[in-house]
Design a protein around this ligand. Structure first.
Ligand code: DC
Length: 221
């Protein structure tokens, strides 16, 4: 399980680790983003927990394996680029504060745990959704570095953005994710905390794989 804030690299790392071990992958943030997109499209007031939860009672999502990443569908429409917009991420962070929303999305996430295994990426994978996970990581990176990474990611998708604005949005979203009472963004006490600020993706991947192999050697399945 890999938890951490946006831009800590957890998404790319989770994908690499899942590929390496031939495991399934859960991008739980994508589920929150799909829920946010649905709420935005229905025009509900995001400050109204009950109204948001009502919309999510009738909520059809699925993921289809693509060449690279899996493709998210909302009500049978491919919404890959829409869910990556900052407005959707911000709305996801707002609705993710609500206990009723988290409860509605919990089971969908837990159902992803299928043989031969799962790599789950999120904020509360190791603390709430999969507390008994065999191996847990908490990825950290400074807001400045994360804004630069997000900027690069958005540009590669043809979406323009300002680094300064991204950094302030990231800090604001972190603040909200960390301080909410329900499933806050916090490292599980048994997670290995990895600061990826000064490491590249290959270095962090190697570090994580070697930790997993060490645990598996010392504690066979
Ligand atoms: O990882 P991400 O940026 O795609 O996540 C978008 C938002 O969804 C994030 O700001 C908080 C919320 N989220 C959450 O509360 N719990 C998760 N397990 C994953 C995401």
């Amino acid at each position: 399980m890999a938890d951490g804030p946006s831009g800590s690299g957890k998404g790319s790392l989770a994908l690499r680790i899942a590929r390496h071990f031939g495991f399934h992958l859960l991008d739980s943030g994508a589920i929150y983003r799909l829920a946010a997109l649905k709420s935005l499209r229905q025009g509900v007031d995001l400050a109204d927990e009950k109204a948001v939860a009502k919309v999510l009672n009738d909520f059809s999502i699925r993921f289809v394996e693509g060449d690279e990443l899996s493709i998210p569908y909302l009500d049978d429409e491919d919404v890959s680029s829409q869910i990556r917009l900052e407005t959707t991420g911000d709305a996801a962070s707002q609705i993710a504060q609500y206990p009723s929303v988290r409860k509605l999305l919990l089971e969908r996430q837990q159902q992803c745990f299928q043989p031969p295994g799962l790599v789950a990426d999120g904020r509360d994978m190791g603390t709430v959704v999969f507390p008994n996970a065999r191996i847990k990581f908490f990825l950290y990176a400074s807001p400045e570095i994360r804004a630069q990474r997000r900027h690069k990611q958005l540009i590669s998708m043809g979406i323009s953005a300002s680094i300064a604005q991204l950094e302030s949005e990231i800090s604001e979203r972190d603040e909200r994710d960390r301080n909410r009472s329900e499933s806050p963004l916090v490292a599980s006490t048994d997670a290995l905390v990895v600061d990826s600020s000064l490491l590249d993706l290959n270095q962090v991947t190697e570090l994580m794989i070697s930790h997993i192999e060490k645990v598996n050697q010392n504690r066979p399945l």
